[in-house]
Design a binder for this molecule. Structure first.
Ligand SMILES: NC(=O)c1ccc[n+]([C@@H]2O[C@H](COP(=O)([O-])OP(=O)(O)OC[C@H]3O[C@@H](n4cnc5c(N)ncnc54)[C@H](OP(=O)(O)O)[C@@H]3O)[C@@H](O)[C@H]2O)c1
Length: 251
């Protein structure tokens, strides 16, 4: 498929590499000058494109930038996107990084807000596994310890197509429901960055507490900021799991 990825950082870059490996035609864009973008695209095996060119003539657009950058991706950019193009949102809102976005702060699901900002329906995917999990935690379909990824969105056909990409990236897929339900795999929920298999993830998605999630999200950041050393990947996962007594991996 023709996939355009906005953002070539930890997540966008990893998705780009994996999709190139899976045989897709991948183009990328970021916020840097075109020379830097060319170098990064070269590393990823993708084609560098200006944003305006990237959004045309692709079947899937994956937005993988910090939430604070979303308003700068003008609606006019997405005016050019055909209705058949599937738009995917990988983002997570962190107030310490993304400043105050009142609507999200007062409970709007992050991807619903993003969808309104860009004026297009979106599928939320690739947001609830750490970059390191995405890089090295993938396994072939059928592997007994395969990690699962949640996706949400309002269009069943689009979710099926994106689920295919998630599978190619090495992860099982759990459908968390419509876009409004995507809060169930946002930061501060038991599904978020806890590396669960599909059965466990289904339960974790049910166990989320929408009202408590923002406060839990911020408490995790506080734990990480108060540490004198950077936690390892395994420690990060353990900290995330330990916040939820009902988390199936915690018992
Ligand atoms: N890191 C994780 O473990 C993780 C896991 C799941 C989801 N996420 C979420 O996924 C999103 C991306 O995270 P990340 O870790 O990949 O971030 P990152 O490493 O900081 O990369 C962000 C990318 O966005 C690009 N960018 C920023 N503003 C832009 C703009 N206005 N137009 C075009 N490109 C722009 C940057 O361009 P330059 O390269 O030119 O700076 C960079 O390539 C975030 O919302 C994050 O919360 C992250």
């Amino acid at each position: 498929m023709k996939i355009g990825i906005i953002g070539t950082g930890a997540i966008g870059g990893t998705i780009a590499k994996k999709m190139v490996l899976a045989g897709h035609q991948v183009s990328v864009s970021n916020s840097g000058d075109f020379k830097k973008l060319e170098d990064r695209a070269d590393e990823l095996g993708a084609s560098p494109k200006m944003l305006e060119d990237l959004v045309r003539d692709v079947e899937i657009i994956i937005i993988s930038v910090p939430t604070i950058a979303i308003p700068s991706l003008a609606k006019t950019l997405f005016d050019k996107v055909s209705q058949e193009t599937i738009v995917v949102d990988t983002s997570n809102y962190y107030p310490f990084r993304d400043a105050d976005i009142e609507e999200i702060k007062y409970g709007k699901a992050e991807s619903v807000w993003l969808s309104e900002q860009i004026g297009c329906p979106v599928i939320k995917a690739f947001n609830m596994l750490l970059a390191e999990t995405l890089v090295s935690g993938g396994k072939p379909n059928g592997a007994p310890t395969r990690i699962a990824m949640a996706i949400s969105g309002d269009d069943a056909k689009a979710k099926e197509i994106i689920s295919g990409l998630v599978d190619e990236a090495g992860f099982d897929v759990v459908d968390a429901g419509d876009l409004e339900s995507s809060w169930r795999h946002q930061p501060g929920t038991p599904a978020y960055c806890t590396e669960l298999n599909a059965t466990e993830l289904k339960q974790a998605l049910k166990d989320g507490d929408r009202e408590a999630a923002p406060q839990i999200r911020d408490s995790v950041i506080k734990i990480f900021m108060e540490r004198t050393s950077q936690p390892s990947h395994e420690e990060t996962i353990e900290i995330n799991r330990s916040l939820f007594p009902k988390n199936p991996k915690t018992a």
